[in-house]
Design a protein around this ligand. Structure first.
Ligand code: PLP
Length: 502
């Protein structure tokens, strides 16, 4: 296995790190090889974990073992039903333990479509719980999933800006949040910010913000879609209880269990006594033709219908494995890798990095975004794939306002003579970035390959540009090299193959 960065840790943490590397090295798809534009075969370097992480080998193993016993939950009569019901329940407990939420005061429930489903449920519920409070404070750093649900259910959504760092934008501006809380005194239902940005990886001080929100009678919601896989979460039990978090939302596919559901962890009282947003089987005590009584029991009350049982069990396995290692170890390990990535990319004059790069002032985790100066983000991403088999993502990462602000900031810094109108037009034209994102399986060698690839691309811009044509959808197509996903996998071919072999 390749070496990770090694900061100073205690013996126990080193043992935990060994376990971490063992688990990380088992990720499914880590050793994939594909033919690239030079004609060679290359191992894929997966730098797209912010979108979705790879599935851990331990998760795959647990699911393979579980699958023969699969049965629907909500019954304990036959073997499979009881086993499924108990393990599905255990997955909820595992979620609570993982985010340090005590089981008496908090509930965890699964929702259909990732963190987005979770945040929609939270906004719809809290808007009805606090009808007298019609304002939500969020930030411009947010993924649309932590913005649009609030816009849909509340009258006013305030977007706090990030702080001005020394070179670029930093974490969300706490003073701006405080000003908004003051300006809308008594009307703010909750503050909802991302724990970790999905664009820059900048970590927000969620506990400090929680204390502020609570001092103003508002709740604290954290979009932990990115935070969950990189930074320990402590919902309650903080030294100052005002720093506790009321609601956390995340997605299982971003913490090494693709195929698993979205998750909401919340103080129980927030979801009790209100008509649930979704109704159907599994969440009622009794139904008559003219009425029904939703169960008071959580999480059942919030989980109408047959849940994604297999996905939840896979997620439980991933969380349990990481919990045994300790998220503090994961955080340390990844912080060293992030420092290395920033240092290597900052040293490349042809690369523009977004967000303040001073990790002492603005810690980061998981993702960095950049552009090769003078090159379209989609072309950079295509070259990284076609010539290096490095999988990255480009465009705006469902965070249009944040990306727009940062691209504008970079353009203004590069040419101070631009008028506001020219700047706006240019930013609209050039809006987009390349994002490299990391998981526990990302190594120093991966970062080294990325840095060398970017040095090559920025040093040979003209040569690379001549090899590609831009398609009407904005992507770039190599003139002589192409690949078809069906070369590697298709459901139909797999089924045909299975049927022939059967
Ligand atoms: C910070 C953040 N919040 C919310 C989401 C939405 O997650 P999902 O697509 O699982 O619903 C994402 C997805 O990338 C994200 O990065």
């Amino acid at each position: 296995m390749q070496q990770h960065a090694t900061p100073k840790l205690t013996q126990a943490q080193n043992d935990a790190r060994l376990l971490l590397h063992k688990i990380a090295g088992s990720a499914v798809g880590l050793d994939l090889e594909m033919p690239i534009a030079t004609g060679e075969m290359r191992r894929r370097i997966y730098l797209d974990s912010t979108a979705s992480t790879l599935r851990l080998g331990v998760v795959q193993d647990v699911l393979d073992r579980y699958q023969p016993y699969y049965a629907n939950t909500h019954s304990t009569v036959h073997f499979g039903a009881r086993l499924s019901t108990e393990e599905y329940r255990w997955a909820h407990d595992m979620v609570l333990d993982f985010v340090n939420a005590d089981r008496t005061n908090y509930t965890a429930f699964f929702v259909g479509s990732g963190a987005t489903g979770g945040m929609n449920r939270v906004a719809a519920t809290l808007a009805r719980r606090m009808p007298e409070r019609d304002v939500v404070i969020t930030s411009i750093m947010e993924h649309h999933s932590n913005d649009l649900p609030h816009r849909k259910h509340f009258k006013t959504v305030v977007h706090a800006p990030p702080e001005n760092g020394s070179t670029s934008m930093g974490c969300v501006c706490i003073k701006a949040i405080e000003r908004a809380l003051e300006a809308h005194k008594g009307r703010v239902a909750y503050v909802s910010v991302t724990g970790v940005s999905n664009v820059t990886g900048i970590i927000n001080p969620v506990h400090e913000i929680a204390a502020l929100a609570h001092a103003h009678g508002a709740l604290m919601v954290v979009d932990a879609a990115q935070m969950v896989a990189h930074v320990p979460i402590r919902m309650n039990g903080n030294a100052d209880p005002a720093e506790d978090i009321d609601v956390v939302v995340f997605s299982g596919h971003k913490i090494y269990a693709p195929g698993s559901p979205g998750v909401v962890v919340a103080r129980r009282e927030l979801f009790q006594g209100l008509e649930p947003v979704e109704v159907g089987g599994g969440m009622v005590d009794d139904v008559w033709l003219d009425r029904y009584t939703p169960t008071a029991a959580l999480p059942d009350r919030e989980e109408a219908g047959t849940p994604n049982i297999t996905g939840a069990i896979g997620l439980g396995a991933a969380l349990y494995a990481l919990h045994k290692i300790g998220m503090d170890v994961v955080e340390e390990d990844e912080a060293a890798l992030m420092r290395l990535a920033l240092q290597r990319l900052c040293a490349l004059p042809g690369i523009a990095l977004y967000g303040d790069c001073d990790m002492e002032r603005y810690p980061r985790a998981g993702a960095i975004s950049f552009n090769v100066r003078g090159m379209h983000h989609a072309l950079t991403a295509a070259i990284l794939n076609d010539y290096y088999n490095i999988a990255v993502r480009n465009q705006c990462f469902c965070a249009h306002p944040y990306v727009r602000e940062m691209v504008t900031e970079a353009l203004a810094a590069a040419d101070e003579a631009l008028t506001a109108a020219e700047l706006e037009a240019l930013a609209e034209m050039q809006r987009g970035m390349v994002r490299a994102s990391f998981g526990i399986y990302t190594t120093e060698a991966d970062i080294d390959t990325l840095a060398k690839a970017l040095e090559d691309i920025s040093g040979n811009r003209d040569r690379y540009e001549a090899l590609y044509t831009q398609l009407p959808n904005g992507d770039f197509q190599h003139k002589t090299f192409s690949f078809e996903p069906r070369q590697f996998f298709s459901v139909r071919d797999s089924v045909d193959g299975w049927l022939e072999r059967a």
